[in-house]
Design a protein around this ligand. Sequence first.
Ligand code: FEO
Length: 171
Amino acid sequence: MLNEKVKELLNEQINKELYSAYLYLDMANYYANEGLSGFENWYYVQAQEERDHAMLFRTYLQNNGEKVILKAIAQPDKEYTSFSDPLAAALEHERYVTASINTIYAAAHEIHDYRTMQFLDWFIKEQGEEEKNSEDLIKKFELFGSDAKGLYMLDSELGARVYAAPSLVLD
Ligand code: FEO
């Protein structure tokens, strides 16, 4: 059994990760409509990864004998008016998710829940990578995105991203 507060935060994180998947799918849809299939692919793969994250929290709760409660997923409501808008929104969102993971970690730390801390270690590292990926993409867009040829090359590069299952496996 987990501490009540830690359990609630872990359960809430399922919703946040599923919302992340929804948000990134919405970004993929935006780029699909704009004809940028590489950017679409990048965020489609990201959406798949976010769903995986949600499932990891679900499995962790279940492995600890806790009941999982699924809540409504909010509608992505951002309006994108330029190709760089989703890139900035993605970084902002990842920073929000990092803060959320840190909050769970702090709650687990406070009550010496070392098992949950160890589980969260993977997400702490993952968030570092996700923030860096978002920052790198913004930098690349600033360098190459304003030129049609550069944008084409960047779109091709992002189109090569392939989905990989998470390195953390809970069963
Ligand atoms: Fe699951 Fe992008 O954080």
